[in-house]
Design a protein around this ligand. Structure first.
Ligand SMILES: C[S@@+](CC[C@H](N)C(=O)[O-])C[C@H]1O[C@@H](n2cnc3c(N)ncnc32)[C@H](O)[C@@H]1O
Length: 267
């Protein structure tokens, strides 16, 4: 059963001399106007959309299976938001163009590994990495998540520190780059293959295929994201409605590469 919680003011309701979360709990228990049941509760129901319209900022962990619809609703209503989503969601054809056009980006505080999420006391702790912390709060660990947001933050404006192409070819810590005469080129996209974000050549002005995790470091003043179809060399690729080079779509010497985002240095 979904509920709506409306809090406009929290004072020292329980009279313990402090104003804190215990007063919120007191209000939920004792003030019947604070917590009420929703008729349906689905985020796209009339009742929830009316609440959404009132909101300045939406902060939540939406159902991953409805991520596309949830983001579409936020965009339609022109909302500011900070929501958790799976890393793969960025490759959806509905989501990637929002990143490409700098209308959505990752939030700053999650960029690798897994994250702890507190769960209710009756939540079954089954998956690996679950546990109870030293305050007795139960948590699960969720892998591969990011904040998706349209709230600006400082980290996304810090350019990546990168070496020029010649230095990468000489000194890169990656054996796929070091010691080569040149970066590989795709057979079917007019771009060079850059297998690691830290191997992006600072002085290259053409299009580069970079790992999807580049978005953790993406600074829109430093690079622009290109629709991969613009640099596709064959009609078959051009017709694909993917915006990025999907897993195994790009090939080098006939060998498929991983999913790649096409970027170009800002002039
Ligand atoms: C990723 S989980 C987040 C859980 C939440 N953060 C919590 O702590 O309970 C997504 C939640 O969305 C709920 N959900 C699924 N479909 C929904 C819908 N159409 N409208 C609103 N919530 C939905 C699921 O039941 C689930 O609790």
């Amino acid at each position: 059963m979904a509920h709506k919680l409306i809090l406009t003011e929290v004072t020292d309701c329980n009279g313990d001399g402090k104003t804190d979360i215990a007063d919120v709990e007191w209000l939920i228990r004792n003030d019947k106007n604070v917590l009420t049941k929703l008729r349906n509760g689905s985020f796209d129901s009339k009742e929830c959309v009316a609440l959404l319209e009132e909101a300045d900022i939406v902060v939540t962990n939406p159902p991953f299976s409805r991520f596309r619809d949830f983001v579409a609703l936020l965009m339609k209503h022109n909302k500011k938001f900070l929501i958790i989503g799976n890393l793969n969601a960025v490759t959806y054809k509905e989501i990637f163009p929002l990143f490409k056009d700098n209308r959505v980006w990752y939030g700053p505080s999650i960029s690798s590994g897994d994250r702890k999420f507190y769960v209710p006391d009756d939540y079954e702790l089954r998956a690996a990495g679950c546990g109870v912390d030293d305050k007795g709060r139960r948590y699960i660990r969720v892998k591969g998540v990011r904040w998706f947001t349209n709230l600006d933050h400082g980290r996304r404006h810090q350019p990546l520190k990168l070496m020029p192409m010649a230095d990468n070819l000489k000194f890169s810590k990656h054996k796929e780059v070091r010691g080569k005469a040149a970066y590989d080129r795709y057979d079917n996209y007019d771009a060079i293959e850059v297998p690691y974000t830290d191997a992006i050549p600072a002085d290259y002005t053409g299009v580069m295929g970079v790992p999807v995790t580049f978005l953790d470091k993406y600074c829109p003043e430093q690079f622009e994201i290109i629709d991969a179809r613009e640099v596709a060399l064959y009609d078959k690729q051009k017709g694909k409605n993917t915006y990025l080079i999907k897993d195994a779509d790009g090939t080098i010497g006939g060998k498929p590469t991983y999913a790649r985002i096409c970027i170009r240095k800002k002039q």
